[in-house]
Design a protein around this ligand. Sequence first.
Ligand code: ADP
Ligand code: GLC
Length: 496
Amino acid sequence: MPLKILFAISEAAPFAKTGGLADVGGALPRAVDALNHGHDVRVIMPRYRSVSTEKTDYLIDFPVPLGSERETAVLRWTSMPGGVPVLFVDNYRFFDRDGVYGSGGGSYVDNGLRFGFFCRAVVEYVRRSGWFPDVIHINDWQTGLLPVFLRTLEHAEPKLARVATVCTVHNLAYQGAFDPSLLGRLSLPAGLFDSQFLEFYGAVCFLKAGLIFADKLTTVSPRYSQEIQTEEYGCNLEGVLQKRSLDLVGILNGIDTDVWDPETDTHCWDIHYDSEHLSGKAEIKRRLLRDFRMPYRPQTPLIGVVSRLAGQKGLDIIESAIPALMSRDLQMVFLGTGERRFEDMLRYWSARLPGRLNSYIGFSETVAHRIEAGSDMFLMPSYYEPCGLNQMISLRYGTIPIVRRTGGLADSVIDLSQGSRGTGFVFEHYDANAIVWAVDRALGIYADLARWSKLAARAMKKDFSWRKSAEHYEEVYEWAAAERAGGRRGRFSMGA
Ligand code: ADP
Ligand code: GLC
């Protein structure tokens, strides 16, 4: 059944990106559209300074109630490659800033108001345009209030009662917790400040709002959907998630196989390769090492890391493993930006280990592509990883992933102990020794270059395109829309 689907998200490539969320925002709506099942797919996101107004067209503007005030939302739009329309909520006060969530390592103090405003503006757009989606797909805490606005405004606008919502958790640890006074400032009923609704340890929690109010929940890998129902990974929301387990499914992300393609990659000095012809990969490695001021030795494996420098990503155990790793014949390159302690750690080791280890502290698409293509191995020892895109990108580039068995890493990399199905090296324990053990296994195989090339070729043939995931999302959209249309989702009432 053709559906009207509105995809609400805080970042989408190529318009704004801080991490994998933007990759999903830029690719999944297009993949759903490309199923060619007649769906009317639109994306809506804030217009940050990174999106020039000149590249967008004005659509409408309208006031958005914010407590006793009103703030104007201007809607602009453009098309994604492939034709899916992207609507931008433009507001000078909230979004005309350099950062998406903050600057200089800190978060903007008014993030609750900024994204609360965004959610309210989306509902207002729906109401005013008369384009009532069958499903609004929300993503992470930034859009968590959207179903709350729908359910609390449907009394005044009954057509909103038929709009279903699907909430995808990309990362449970970022919860969007704000001062309870925010409810009033967003014109939401004070009664929502209750532990069965939005209250969470004394704060108003946007993510909890999404988890409670959305019709269906998804995570970005099947394993993560199970992990977050446990105390270890549940970030104190495991109880809420357990209660909703029948509405929760895990769908592995895909990667944008047009952007990430060693046969056509435009970032790697116009050098290309495929699974049968890997000589281009060696040349990219040589140039990558030159750029990092490191000597090129064909027999010495290069381990790459591209990561947000955040606690989740296992940088503390990488740090502890560096001395042992450096006693082996290998080189390492890092690309990342984020927490100061990890940036400093990388600067320290880069200065101490010239020719052996170097890092680029910053955000660079080009360097990311070059590391993915030019490295022999890719290290991703995350403590938790909802999905992770870099390990899948690595596989596509024949760069063998070394990962910890968690979340999407466990769902996308098959350990070599599984014989001819194996695509990488997977370890269990979160410690430096486990990294070193896994790297040693990889070095053992790398020593046999013919065997290594076969492994690389096998990795490159794995299919991580978005199509399969898009089909799964389509099922979830249909499920959510059918329940709502059938009235199986009751009206929200504070006394419920
Ligand atoms: P997360 O979203 O948790 O950061 P993912 O693996 O899902 O992790 O996605 C990370 C995305 O961000 C990938 O597209 C990766 O290439 C990109 N990325 C991360 N750090 C950088 C950086 N410093 N420069 C360029 N791209 C980066
Ligand atoms: C989050 C997760 C990451 C996931 C990405 C896209 O940033 O940390 O694992 O791949 O979202 O879903």
